[in-house]
Ligand binder design. Sequence first.
Ligand SMILES: Nc1nc2c(c(=O)[nH]1)N[C@H]1C(S)=C(S)[C@@H](COP(=O)(O)O)O[C@H]1N2
Ligand SMILES: [Mo]
Length: 185
Amino acid sequence: MERLPPHQQLKTDFPILHFGKMPEFDKETWDFRVEGLIENPVKLTYDEFLALERTAQVSDFHCVLGWSKIYLKWEGVRFSDVARLVKPKSNALFATIEADAGYTTSLPLADLMEPDVLFAYNFDDKPLEPAHGGPLRLVVPRKYAYKSAKWVRRVVFTEEQQPGFWEERGYSNSADPWKEERYSY
Ligand SMILES: Nc1nc2c(c(=O)[nH]1)N[C@H]1C(S)=C(S)[C@@H](COP(=O)(O)O)O[C@H]1N2
Ligand SMILES: [Mo]
């Protein structure tokens, strides 16, 4: 199976890439909230999040700037398992993912419900490093990695798609690396 989308180069190291300052993690004040068009809003502590059903997943990672990594091993909670817990209403069609330091991205639920989409807290069988989004990041392997928000704190289910941080700055909303959907023009 071909794993490298068009015009992507394989990286051996794992670059660290984000806008702004890396947030600090305080286990005592950290929480994970799910809100918006759902029956059952939740606010979980770090330990409560770790107690959710966990899934391990090997997947690939494609940055829109042209580098990819393959066979990354993540462990965490499937987006679909979180959705099952919060019960989206019938008019919920998208979710906005909000991270510390103001970063956001959004996706159709149809993409987020794929079984390889995780809120990941482990990488390579170790706790996810802060630089790569620890304690918790979203991993959306089938989209360019700006959809894989690091330091996730809140998910909001919506009827219409809210533009994310990079999407507002000219990057594609659909972000499919196999179709090279890099820019919104
Ligand atoms: N919170 C946050 N998440 C983010 C970003 C960011 O700027 N802030 N950048 C995205 C982009 S463009 C990429 S390529 C990946 C990089 O993840 P890495 O630093 O673990 O390689 O994080 C994504 N998630
Ligand atoms: Mo990126």
